[in-house]
Design a protein around this ligand. Structure first.
Ligand code: SF4
Length: 263
């Protein structure tokens, strides 16, 4: 099988995965044939002895993401951040995710744990994801910046990334999005919007409506940290309404309970 033909098969399987409720399945035998340069040469008894398992279209994506993760792990493009970070925070979730959330940068908790959105704001994001009837493992979560923005010794809290830092780190995120190819992107907060689209706008101007990033529908909503600072039900409701739009765009069923939900 030529590489071009193999690419066509994989693209067709990706389409089935996107457009059907159940992902495509294939036996290990078929997988082995697909991966073989001479698929018909595999002995039948070998093929027959291989157990069935779901087709892992994501295996390839996982491998590609791992390669970027390794480059990020040793990245020193921002010398000051490479010196101050505990570790890089690459991203987490399903490489085949239909839905991808993008935040701005790791905070102190994320820097410690090596995973995005694990602090208080992250717990609120997880709550939002669950209210949307997803598990955190179903979606993909990443930040514009993979290192925590440094802060002066003795100071508390986090600082937003600078435009230069975002510009420097952005290519890694672009690679992540290109590999995952989600159906919908959600940018959390004005900094994420600036990092992703390169535009500075107030959230009032850009939030709650559809934008596009590289052909992918992009919803802009408030960062969960904003909701922690501003507990007004009206603000929480705005975020939830944005998420209802996302569910509609993903063709996910929305229950009456979800429609009436307040974060
Ligand atoms: S923020 Fe991004 S570009 Fe800068 S050092 Fe960290 S990984 Fe590298």
């Amino acid at each position: 099988m030529t590489q071009a033909a193999l690419d066509l098969v994989i693209a067709a399987l990706e389409t089935i995965r996107r457009e059907s409720e159940r992902g495509p399945r294939a036996s290990r035998a078929v997988l082995a044939r697909l991966q073989s340069n001479d698929p018909l040469a595999l002995p039948l008894e070998t093929l027959a002895s291989l157990p069935e398992r779901p087709l892992q279209v994501s295996q390839n994506k996982e491998g590609l993401l791992t390669a970027i993760r390794e480059r990020v792990r040793s990245c020193t493009k921002c010398e000051h951040l490479a010196c101050s970070r505990t570790q890089t925070v690459f991203g987490v979730g399903n490489p085949d995710a239909d839905l991808m959330f993008i935040g701005e940068a790791p905070g102190v908790d994320e820097d410690q744990q090596g995973e995005p959105f694990v602090g208080r704001a992250g717990q609120l994001l997880t709550k939002i994801i669950k209210a949307m009837n997803f598990a955190r493992e179903d979606v993909y979560i990443a930040n514009i910046l993979k290192c925590r923005p440094d802060t002066p010794p003795g100071s508390f809290g986090n600082r937003p990334p600078t435009p230069t830092e975002m510009q420097t780190c952005r290519p890694y995120l672009v690679e992540q999005i290109n590999i995952i190819q989600p159906s919908v992107l959600v940018a959390l907060g004005a900094v994420a919007v600036e990092g992703l689209l390169g535009i500075r706008g107030t959230m009032r101007e850009v939030r709650g409506r559809w934008h596009t990033y590289n052909g992918i529908p992009l919803m802009i909503t408030y960062h969960p940290a904003y909701l922690l600072r501003n507990q007004a039900p009206s603000e929480k409701r705005k975020v939830w309404e944005d998420m209802l739009q996302v569910l509609e765009r993903l063709d996910r069923p929305i229950s009456e309970r979800q429609r009436n939900y307040f974060l």
